[in-house]
Design a protein around this ligand. Structure first.
Ligand code: M6R
Length: 590
């Protein structure tokens, strides 16, 4: 979604810094951008549609120590320069950026119009500077006026504001993440840590309903509703700057796919006592529910199979966006397992809220340290994948599945066995992801790149991976891809198969192997071009992508060649796999 960065402090290159930091937030997905910096000549604002990567930060070289910048992912109002942030008050002095949605903006705009305010955009954001301006007529203190304005907003938002006549950065949060980066002589306020990781790894988190005011020397956190001061700990985050760079790779997506050589082993490195406690909590729970969105949801679905096959224990999966209807099944003895890479997904947070309102406990499995989901859960396990910058989730998925598989083993008191299985899998992935392997997948991508449709089948834990394969291919290559449970083909989807239609079969050496091979044969009989992803060759495969035989971890390895295939399909079709159209990395609206 939208990206925000603000800086105030002793640096004198705040404009340049804001542009550079904004470029580090590009991965979040956006359609327009804007920068504001305070200089001796007043506040300079530049905004435009398109990519910030084309902007030369030297254009913002004027000495400045207070600046903010924003990438917009359009919700209210089209993609136009007028709608890009920052937005300003009538006198042009109050400058605001927003991540989120002000739901009651129409009523506020009507009210402000009757008071003489003029609007130039069709956004919800523009009401914010005007309302602050209105409040300042009776409350001249800028920060206090921001607080008063916030009391009138409905919705989920993260706001950063500055005033041409002050040297303050003011931010407020209800629902959309804002993180403070602490330097010796200044402060950053951003929607995500990669924005300032280059400069500092010391952070302070704003919680919902809090605001922060800083002049670069000191910082004050307070409660928006009561105005009471809040104390905050400084936390060191472990993600490194190099992890957030592309390095030798052309794209983050490929870099992150390749990092699975190491990230799965890191995911397995969990505190034994904590995993055992969680396993006991799942045993004791009267109803365990797994929720997530998109790719994280597919990890949850796979976990249903892990828990069933390994631990013989029934858990319930629901897409987080559908969880509202499950409240009837929740009680204080229930357990919700929320899975999320970013830890900021609005639908997943909503599911947690529903569970908590019924007294149920929440376990979070997240990647982003200090994220809202991580902080609001009763217990949190980190998958330790490091920053995932490509919009398409790859290493986070396999990390999530690794942790869930580990818990399934812990439930039958076989944690060491689970750990060994996963470490062997990590080693096998290391061997598998060699240059010859990826080049071979590239040739398959070349062969099918012109196809308009692609189908993927799987059975058992490979069924959620078939669904995940479809997401991966859709989001980066824009090829129409659909995943099916192999057995469902003859109930409808097989009508779509024509001569040459590419079909991927995800196969393991497991109890459903014969069935999924039969399904592949059914596809081939209708003309399908069969790409088999399997530990062993079979005559039905027109192309065979070999994967190691890793028993219960098969779903984890089977998805990796599809990630590589999706990547090459995107590149061959001239698409940018890191920044797919219409998508955002962290989906903070419902
Ligand atoms: O940050 P989260 O894991 O909660 O995000 C959930 C989905 O938005 C995310 O997995 C999305 O589906 C990815 N773009 C898929 O690659």
């Amino acid at each position: 979604m939208c990206g925000i960065i603000g800086y105030v402090g002793k640096r004198t290159d705040a404009g340049v810094l804001a542009v550079q930091s904004l470029k580090r937030l590009e991965y979040r997905g956006y359609d327009s951008w804007g920068v504001a910096c305070k200089t001796k000549d007043g506040v300079i604002i530049r905004k435009d549609i398109g990519k910030i990567s084309t902007v030369d930060s030297a254009d913002f070289q004027q000495p400045s120590s207070l600046a903010m910048a924003h990438t917009r992912w359009a919700t209210h109002g089209g993609v136009t320069t007028e709608n890009a942030h920052p937005h300003v008050s009538c006198d042009g002095k109050i400058v605001v950026v927003l991540n989120g949605i002000i739901e009651n903006y129409e009523a506020l705009r009507d009210e402000l119009k009757t008071k003489g305010h003029e609007f130039v955009s069709s956004t919800d954001t523009e009401v914010i500077p005007h309302l602050i301006e209105e409040e300042m007529k009776t409350e001249p203190d800028f920060a206090a006026a921001v607080r008063r304005a916030c009391l009138r907003f409905e919705g989920r938002y993260g706001i950063v504001a500055m005033h041409a006549d002050s040297f303050l950065l003011v931010a407020a949060r209800t629902g959309s993440p804002l993180i403070v980066g602490v330097e010796k002589d200044g402060y950053f306020i951003a929607s995500d840590t990669p924005a300032f990781l280059e400069y500092t790894s010391t952070v302070q988190y704003l919680d919902d309903g809090e605001m922060v005011v800083t002049d670069g020397n000191s910082i004050l956190f307070s409660d928006i509703a009561t105005g009471e001061e809040r104390t905050k700990r400084e936390i060191e985050i472990t993600w490194s700057v190099t992890e957030a760079h592309k390095g030798e790779y052309d794209h983050f997506m490929l870099k992150e796919i390749m990092e699975q050589k190491q990230s799965i082993a890191r995911a397995v490195d969990q505190d034994e006592d904590q995993i055992q406690t969680l396993a006991r909590a799942i045993h004791a729970a009267q109803g365990t529910f797994l929720v997530g969105c998109g790719t994280a949801a597919k990890a949850c679905m796979a976990a249903e199979y892990f828990f069933s096959v390994i631990a013989g224990h029934h858990v319930n999966f629901a897409p987080a966006s559908e969880f509202k209807l499950y409240h009837r099944f929740l009680k204080p003895e229930s357990l919700l397992i929320a899975v999320s890479q970013s830890g900021e997904t609005a639908d997943t947070l909503e599911a947690m809220k529903i569970a908590k309102s019924k007294g149920a406990k929440v376990l979070a499995i997240v990647n982003a340290e200090g994220s809202t989901i991580a902080r609001e859960a009763d217990f949190t396990l980190h998958i330790k994948a490091g920053p995932e910058r490509a919009v398409a989730s790859t290493k986070a998925l396999t990390g999530q599945m690794a942790v869930l598989l580990l818990i399934a083993y812990a439930m039958i008191d076989k944690l060491p066995k689970g750990r060994t299985r996963l470490l062997e899998t990590a080693a096998a992935i290391n061997d598998m992801l060699n240059p010859r392997y990826t080049e071979f997948i590239e040739t398959i991508a070349e062969r099918i790149q012109e196809s308009s449709d692609l189908y993927i089948i799987g059975k058992g834990w490979n069924y959620p991976m078939a669904l995940e394969s479809a997401i991966k291919i859709q989001e980066v290559s824009y090829v129409h891809a659909e995943g099916f449970a192999g057995g469902e083909l003859k109930h409808g989807p097989i009508a779509l198969i024509e001569k040459g239609t590419p079909c991927i079969a995800l196969v393991g050496n497991d109890e459903v192997r014969t069935d999924i091979i039969s399904n592949a044969i059914e596809l081939k009989a209708r003309g399908g071009f069969i790409v088999g992803i399997a530990p062993e060759r079979h005559a039905v495969f027109d192309e065979w992508i070999r994967v190691p035989d890793v028993d219960t971890a098969q779903a984890i390895v089977n998805i990796i060649p599809v990630q590589v295939l999706a990547y090459f399909l995107a590149v061959k079709r001239g698409k940018d796999p890191d920044m797919p159209r219409n998508l955002a990395k962290s989906v903070t609206v419902k």
